[in-house]
Design a binder for this molecule. Structure first.
Ligand SMILES: [Zn+2]
Length: 319
């Protein structure tokens, strides 16, 4: 698809008003330079063309405002949101200046326990594989396997297998196992991967929207209701304390509506004072979508043409 043709096509597929459709893009990292162990994450150059394409062809809105307009039947044509999950430092240092250059507002969902030096369990594993000095990493004592680390391809495969095996362990056990594996590989407990509170404040001061993502990023369905509610509210209160203003949008950790959350968690969010929440279900939202179950869309194409075609197919209901 020729980039200049995209806008009329998107406008036609996403007519706005009572037939409004909302395309919510989800990012996690924007790397200063490509990382062989993170082949799915865009670098600054790729993110730059992606947001230029999004900015030229969509009406980009903050998530909370977009959901409110969707529900009231007054969404503009080709409405879209740009969202980031977790609170990585590169969101501030790499993505934010690019968004500002294109005059776009994005929404950043922050898991508060990792601010100022923390590291998420998945990054414990990635950094462990990156740093482990030997050709094979024996993790049998953790109920895992022995992993060949001789090539980047093998390292990526080891990371994928280990993350898959640990992801649905009970929350505390998952965190402890990943941290122990990181320590075994000599990974420092402190990390510069995530934003600090000052960077969260500066992101807000730059006109961006901030949202909750729990405190320590558990899969909510793996917790008791009391623990889930406490994770949701703690993350909200800590973020509100940093920002000195209410926080009323949320993204579910992991976010698969079938596996990771239920309608109970949506009720908890409502009770805690949130007005909208994003999942990671790949779809487009319409006026009939539950505002606490807003689907999103992960852009992974490597060329503008393919990216445009994927957006059009998603809007046409064939993601
Ligand atoms: Zn997350």
């Amino acid at each position: 698809m020729i980039p200049s043709l995209m806008k009329p096509i998107f406008n036609r597929l996403s007519p706005g008003g009572s037939r409004g459709k909302l395309q919510v893009f989800i990012f996690h990292r924007v790397l200063a330079k490509l990382d062989p162990l993170l082949p799915g994450e865009p670098d600054a150059k790729q993110f730059d063309w992606m947001v230029r394409l999004i900015g030229r062809n969509f009406n980009v809105l903050p998530f909370g405002r977009a959901v409110s307009l969707l529900k009231s039947g007054s969404l503009p044509k080709a409405a879209a949101c740009i969202t980031f999950d977790d609170g990585y430092k590169d969101n501030f240092s790499v993505a934010l200046p690019i968004l500002q250059r294109h005059g776009l507002t994005a929404t950043f969902f922050i898991a508060t326990s990792f601010l100022d030096g923390g590291r998420m369990w998945n990054d414990d594993i990635i950094e462990a594989i990156r740093l482990f000095p030997d050709e094979a990493f024996d993790l049998k004592e953790f109920g895992l396997d022995q992993y060949d680390l001789t090539t980047p391809t093998n390292q990526i495969s080891a990371i994928g297998t280990i993350l898959g095996k640990l992801k649905y362990l009970p929350h505390g056990q998952r965190e402890a196992t990943a941290r122990e594996i990181a320590q075994r590989a000599g990974v420092d407990d402190r990390s510069g991967l995530m934003m600090g509170a000052d960077e969260v404040r500066a992101t807000r001061a730059a006109g961006m929207e901030l949202g909750g993502h729990t405190h320590s990023h558990p899969i909510l369905k793996s917790l008791t209701d009391d623990d889930a509610y406490s994770e949701i509210t703690r993350g909200k209160i800590e973020l509100e304390t940093i920002l000195s203003e209410p926080v009323n949008v949320f993204a579910y950790p992991n976010g698969n509506p079938q596996l990771d959350l239920s309608s109970r968690h949506a009720e908890m969010l409502c009770q805690a004072g949130f007005v909208a929440a994003a999942t990671t279900q790949q779809a487009i939202a319409t006026v009939n979508t539950d505002p606490f179950m807003m689907p999103r869309f992960t852009p992974w194409d490597r060329t503008p043409t393919r990216f445009g075609i994927r957006c059009a197919f998603a809007l046409a209901g064939r993601p």
